[in-house]
Design a protein around this ligand. Structure first.
Ligand code: BTN
Length: 269
C-alpha cells in the first residue's frame, strides 16, 4: 500500500486506495489553509483530471499523486515547477529502470528496434514519453488562498499497470515496458527525486540547472512539430527550450517563435 499519514523528508503523505482526484484533495487542503509540503497519493481515481479540461483515466494500480506547496515566491513559478516535476519524474523513472537509455525518446515510435530498452524522454510542456508513447502526465494548478498566498498543486499520473485506451495519441505503461514495478515504489522514488530537484530549483543558479536537465532529456529536439495553440496550429522545427522554459519553434520563414502554452504533436500531422 501507499504510505498514509506518514512524514517523509519533511513532506506529509496522505494515501488513498481510491479517491475522486488527488488534485481536488490537494486544492481543498490549500483552500483550508494547509501550510503545504503535503502529498496526496492514490492507487485509483474515479474523477482524474488531465490538462485542458480533459479527463485522466486512473485505473487501479496506476499512480496518482498530487503535491501541494506554498512557495515563497509564487509569481510565475507555475510553469517552472512543471519543469522541476518533469525532471524529478524522469529521474525517478530512469532510476527505477536503469536499463532505460535516455535518448530522443521518439525512436521507438517508428518501429526501429531499441534492443529492448525503453527510451524515456520529456515532452513539452510536461509529459513523460517512453518510446514515443505517453507514460505519465503532469497537471499544474494554482490556488489563491484566503490569506493572499498562492498554493501550487502539482498532479502527477503514471501509467504503472495499464495504459489508457482510445486516446488520440499512443500511450504506454511500465507494465507494457516490461518493468514489474508497483505504484508505491514509483511514488517513493518520485517523492525522493522531487526533494532533490526542488532543492536545486530553489537554490539560485539551480533554476537553470533544472531547465538544462529538462532540455537534455527532451523528446523531439530538431523534429518537425505542429503546435496547437488557442489561435490555431503553428508548424515548424522544434529548435529548443529556452532558459525560461518556452518552446522555441522555427517556422518555414525562419522566424523563431517562443511558445508559452500549447499542445505539441510530432511530425507534420
Ligand atoms: C495530462 O493531461 O497529461 C495531465 C494528467 C495529470 C493526471 C494527474 S493524476 C494525479 C492528479 N490528479 C488528477 O486528477 N490529475 C493529476
Amino acid at each position: 500500500p501507499l504510505p498514509d499519514n506518514a512524514v517523509e523528508a519533511g513532506y506529509r503523505v496522505i494515501g488513498f486506495d481510491s479517491v475522486g482526484s488527488t488534485n481536488i484533495e490537494a486544492m481543498k487542503a490549500a483552500m483550508a489553509g494547509n501550510a503545504g509540503k503535503i502529498w496526496y497519493a492514490a492507487l485509483q481515481q474515479t474523477e482524474g483530471r488531465g490538462r485542458r479540461g480533459r479527463a485522466w483515466e486512473s485505473p487501479y494500480g496506476n499512480l496518482a499523486a498530487s503535491l501541494m506547496i506554498v512557495p515563497d515566491a509564487p509569481s510565475n513559478s507555475l510553469a517552472g515547477l512543471g519543469f522541476v516535476a518533469g525532471v524529478a519524474l524522469n529521474t525517478a523513472l530512469t532510476r527505477l529502470m536503469p536499463a532505460a537509455a535516455i535518448r530522443s525518446g521518439l525512436d521507438g515510435a517508428d518501429g526501429v528496434s531499441d534492443g529492448g530498452r525503453a527510451r524515456i524522454a520529456l515532452k513539452w510542456p510536461n509529459d513523460v514519453l517512453a518510446d514515443g508513447a505517453k507514460l505519465a502526465g503532469i497537471l499544474l494548478e494554482a490556488q489563491k488562498r484566503p490569506d493572499g498566498r498562492t498554493a501550487i498543486v502539482i498532479g502527477i499520473g503514471v501509467n504503472v499497470v495499464a495504459a489508457p485506451q482510445g486516446l488520440p495519441y499512443p500511450a504506454t505503461s511500465l507494465a507494457d515496458l516490461g518493468a514489474p514495478l508497483d505504484a508505491p515504489s514509483v511514488f517513493e522514488a518520485l517523492a525522493e527525486s522531487w526533494v532533490e530537484c526542488y532543492q536545486m530549483w530553489n537554490n539560485g543558479s539551480g533554476t537553470n540547472r533544472i531547465i538544462h536537465r529538462w532540455r537534455d532529456n527532451a523528446a523531439g529536439i530538431g523534429a518537425e512539430v505542429a503546435v496547437q495553440r488557442g489561435d490555431g496550429v503553428l508548424r515548424g522545427i522544434f529548435e529548443t527550450i529556452d532558459d525560461a522554459g518556452h518552446l522555441i519553434v522555427r517556422d518555414d520563414e525562419g522566424h523563431r517563435i517562443a511558445i508559452t502554452a500549447g499542445d505539441v504533436h510530432f511530425g507534420t500531422t
